[in-house]
Design a protein around this ligand. Structure first.
Ligand code: NDP
Length: 254
């Protein structure tokens, strides 16, 4: 009975940034649990789509740059045309750009806020109407421990602020749409081994600080975030909404 609660058979799951990194692992978790997948990215340069097809999941791809304000609505429309509904939305796409406050230019600031905050808002806005019509839905936003604490040593005021906004958006939506049977949660991962944390040579000295600041003394693998995502996207978490689930090897416990 309890394992069945983690199944999402036949559910339509839309994942932004689903072809690599954390998003790809979440796609594998939801696919293995029975969901039909729709991914949206700019490219599939790391071959994630192929790995999902090889695993024989029902997967389709909508190419789009979330910097384009029209893409969130177009992505939802594509999913509705293809499947008639959207049961699960995972807002995973995100970017990180580090930099000292005094030098941080407006283009960097705009791109961080446009992808990490505005695109998440637009995706949620576009999915709420179909979810209300369906009478149910689940939204999962990928936040960060950077939305909870100011992690070191990298200077990243804009990224931290963007992830704090994601957490608050999660709580507001959860409160506003609980009556419509729509659950909204977030995951706040600690450091995860992906392209995002694949540091250039001059920043490699950040790794020991990250590990030393993490009681488990290591970074996470993407599947360790994906299993938490499966919990939050499935009926296993049927009474959980408005939660920011921290998955950080203990980082924020210090
Ligand atoms: P990656 O850099 O590996 O993946 C980022 C994903 O976002 C890619 O799929 C990318 O798609 C997509 N994306 C970025 N910009 C755009 C855009 N303009 N339009 C469409 N898609 C876009 O990072 P992670 O897997 O590590 O990150 C996933 C999420 O997890 C992010 O929100 C990140 O902030 C968060 N996170 C990551 C942590 C980590 O340590 N790695 C820690 C805490 C949170 P494309 O392939 O088209 O570029």
């Amino acid at each position: 009975m309890f394992l069945e609660k983690f199944r999402v058979d036949g559910k339509i799951a839309l994942i932004t940034g689903g072809t690599r990194g954390i998003g790809l692992s979440i796609a594998h978790a939801l696919g293995e649990a029975g969901a039909k997948l729709v991914l949206t990215n700019r490219t599939d340069q790391f071959g994630g789509l192929e790995s999902l097809k090889k695993a024989k999941y029902d997967v389709s791809f909508f190419e789009g740059d979330l910097l384009d304000k029209s893409i969130p609505q177009k992505t939802i429309d594509y999913t509705l045309e293809k499947h008639g509904r959207v049961d699960i939305l995972v807002n995973n796409a995100g970017i990180a750009k580090h930099g000292e406050m005094e030098d941080y230019n407006d283009d960097f600031l705009d791109s961080i806020m446009n992808i990490n905050v505005d695109a998440v808002f637009r995706m949620c806005r576009s999915v709420i109407t179909p979810m209300k019509k369906q009478g149910e839905g689940t939204i999962l936003n990928i936040g960060s421990i950077s939305g909870l604490v100011s992690n070191i040593p990298q200077p990243q005021v804009a990224y931290n602020a963007s992830k704090a906004a994601v957490h608050m958006m999660t709580k507001s939506l959860a409160s506003d749409f609980a009556n419509n049977n729509i659950r909204v949660n977030a995951i706040a991962p600690g450091y995860v081994r992906t392209e995002m944390t694949n540091l250039p040579k001059e920043h490699e000295h950040w790794y020991p600080t990250w590990n030393k600041s993490t009681p488990m003394n290591r970074m996470a693998e993407t599947h360790e975030i994906a299993s938490a995502a499966l919990f939050l996207c499935s009926p296993a978490s049927s009474y959980v909404t408005g939660e920011v689930l921290v998955v950080d090897g203990g980082y924020t416990s210090r």
